[in-house]
Every structure is written in C-alpha cells, then in structure tokens.
Design a protein around this ligand. Sequence first.
Ligand code: NAD
Ligand code: DAU
Length: 332
Amino acid sequence: MRRLLVTGGAGFIGSNFVHHVIDRTDDHVTVLDKLTYAGNRASLDGLPEDRFTFVHGDITDAPLVDQLFSEVDTVIHYAAESHNDNSLDDPSPFLDTNIVGTYTLLEAARRHERRFHHISTDEVYGDLALEDPARFTELTPYNPSSPYSSTKAGSDLLVRAWVRSFGVRATISNCSNNYGPYQHVEKFIPRQITNVIRGIRPKLYGKGENVRDWIHADDHSSAVLTILERGVIGETYLIGADGEKSNKDVVELILGLMGERTDAYDHVTDRAGHDLRYAIDSTKLRTELGWTPAFRDFESGLAATVDWYRANEDWWAPAKDHTEAFYASKGQ
Ligand code: NAD
Ligand code: DAU
C-alpha cells in the first residue's frame, strides 16, 4: 500500500484520478486542495473514510506542504489555475499557484526525497497549423501562448531543473484536452451542454475552426497511474487518444445529441492569442509503458457526458450564472 498525496484533487481531473486509484489499488490518498472556485468537495463524495483524507489548504503554504510530505511516499501534482480565459483577465493567481506552488512542492520533494509526478498540458508547446499533419512529441520545443500555458511551461522547467540539479525523482506528463463528468461549466464542452439545458445558444469563439485533441478524463487517469507504476525517472510522457476535432464539429455534435438543430449556436468574440490546433503523438507512452486508451469513440463518450450533466444539475448549477456573467462581460 502506497500513501499518495494528490494536489488539486477536488478539481475535474484530480478528482477523477482519486476515484480511479481508490477503485484499482490498495493505496491511501490524501488530497490537498484550496477549494478555489474550481474545486468542489462533492466531486470526492463516497470515498472510503479509511483510505481517504481531505486537507483544505494551499500548495504555496510551505509549512503545511512540508508536514504532508512527511506523511506520504508519492506526490501527484494536479493543482493549478487551469483556465486560459481567466488567465487573460488576471494572470496573477496563475503565477502564484502554477509557479510558486510548484516550486514549494519541489522543495518539499527534495527535502523529503519523495517520488513526484507533475501533471502538465500540451499547451506548453504552443500551437500547430490547421493543415499541418505534424503532432506534438516529447521533443517539440516549448512555445506557450497564454499566461496559463506559460506558467505551466515554467512549472515543467522547474521540475526538470529539480531533477537534474537536486536528484528529485520526478516524471512529467503533458496531456491534451480532457472531457467527461465533473468538469467546471467555464470549460468548452460543459459550457455548451449546460447552455442547451438552460435554453441558451452555444457560443463558439471566432469561426470555430480551432482544433482540440479530446481525451476522456478516465483515460488521462489510467495513463498517470501507468506512469507512476512504470515511468522512468526524469522522463516526460505525452498523453493523448487521437481525438482531434474542430470546435464547430464538437458544438454540432452536442446540439445533435441533445435533440436541437445543429446550426443553433452563436459565433462570439474570439479569444486573444487563441491557439489554432493541438495534436498529441503518444507513441512513447504506448510503446515504452504499454498504455492504451479505453475510450475509442468520442461521440459515445460525449453522449454519456451530456447524460451526466442532465442528471447532475445540483453539482453544476451554483457556478453557472456567475460563469455566464463573466463571459457576457467579455462579449463571449
Ligand atoms: P481544475 O481547475 O478543474 O481544478 C484545479 C484544482 O486545483 C481545484 O480543485 C482547485 O481548488 C485546486 N487549486 C487551485 N489552486 C490551488 C492552490 N494554490 N492550492 C491547492 N489547490 C489549488 O483543473 P483541471 O482541469 O482538473 O486540471 C488539473 C491539472 O491538469 C492542471 O494542472 C492542468 O494544467 C492539467 N491539465 C488539464 C487539462 C484539461 O483539459 N482540463 C489537460 C491537460 C492538463
Ligand atoms: O490542451 C489542454 C488544455 O485544455 C488544458 O491545459 C487546460 O487546462 C484546459 O482548460 C484546456 O484548454 P483550452 O483553452 O483548449 O480549453 P477550453 O475548454 O477553454 O476551450 C476549448 C476550445 O473551445 C478552445 O479552442 C476555445 C473554445 N471555446 C471555449 C469556450 C469556453 C469556445 O469556442 N467557446 C467557449 O465558450
């Protein structure tokens, strides 16, 4: 039995990982989460009390982090400010959490000699042209576009430096866009699903040609568990499931699945600096560690996600009005 510390475990992907680990291992999990607007304690409901501890706190709180590191063997670092649009509005919390927070954790990993896995994003590589057949690999140069992605890139570089200079036993994974239940309604797919439920037309930034490479959050969790069990210290692994789709195609799919006309959406103000296309080549993870995604059919995964938002309005409704007011103030 390992003792795991999961930072950001009340967020969308972190909570998915906590359920995944509790269901598939004997490990004990401690979650450290600040419960920002993006954290939701209810996403962790139903976990067995003898195998799960929740700590409400901040990853920049060095004494708290130090105490928690003394009690665990392995740390999986999900906590972040994660939304590009928010980073364009106010970058400051992104620097605190993504940079200073990661630094605080790395210093504790160094002091306590703990195994550390850093969760990152494909956005650190910038974007690809729409018509380019290329995909990101572990060798693609860093070229982030937004305050969010530049702070994630900075955090990745801190991890690499702490591995090389101080011998911290760390791995990094950079994953593409996740979808599935328990995702905050600020994000693209839940925003459009909950708009349709509320009778609001979906909102597409610009022409909607931008491409994202979708992966189900369950597949992200299985990949991270694989890296924890078989990953090589100091290595980076890209996680993706061959799910490239334009935003326009995704909105039309959602509308079709929800029984609406597929052209019943609005084009709104584009995102500043909007990355055109992300695409992941996950050959290294598949061939070296033997991982494969379980979700092969985006449309059926999306249909199950629509069903979940329809059945769980209590979970998302408290954040919906405020989120839409924020977007409306920006013409989005
Ligand atoms: P999220 O915004 O849903 O959750 C973030 C969680 O971190 C929340 O529970 C929040 O309360 C917590 N948190 C924020 N600041 C904190 C702090 N200072 N101290 C402690 N907890 C804090 O994010 P997500 O979408 O679940 O993303 C999780 C991680 O995965 C992030 O590191 C993100 O960069 C990365 N990632 C996300 C995606 C995606 O598609 N969402 C894809 C690739 C990588
Ligand atoms: O690629 C991984 C990244 O994916 C993660 O690192 C981020 O944490 C995560 O938020 C996500 O970033 P994106 O910016 O790609 O996700 P978002 O859901 O904000 O937007 C997806 C696409 O949809 C993007 O091209 C912008 C567009 N969009 C978004 C919203 C909210 C719209 O067209 N309309 C919208 O209302």
